[in-house]
Design a binder for this molecule. Sequence first.
Ligand code: SF4
Length: 84
Amino acid sequence: MKIVVDLTRCQGYAQCAFAAPDVFAIQGDEALLYDSDPDDAQREKIARAAAACPVQAISSTVRTPGTGIRSLERTCPPPALRRR
Ligand code: SF4
């Protein structure tokens, strides 16, 4: 699977690092490091990390078995559902 973190939204809250420590890490005060191509076995932890992110900065794509097709797993709520 592939992961993208929108670093313009990321505030370094580190919730993702607690939920999926093998994928996300905070270095220094606020620098987020992450594995952009983690093993599919991390999928559940990554979903928890994305759900825990207070600014919904994490999105991922998954490969459909047998097709090689990747689909986007949106973790960001549509704009109408975001808090203002
Ligand atoms: S939980 Fe969200 S805001 Fe916090 S470090 Fe991770 S991606 Fe950034």
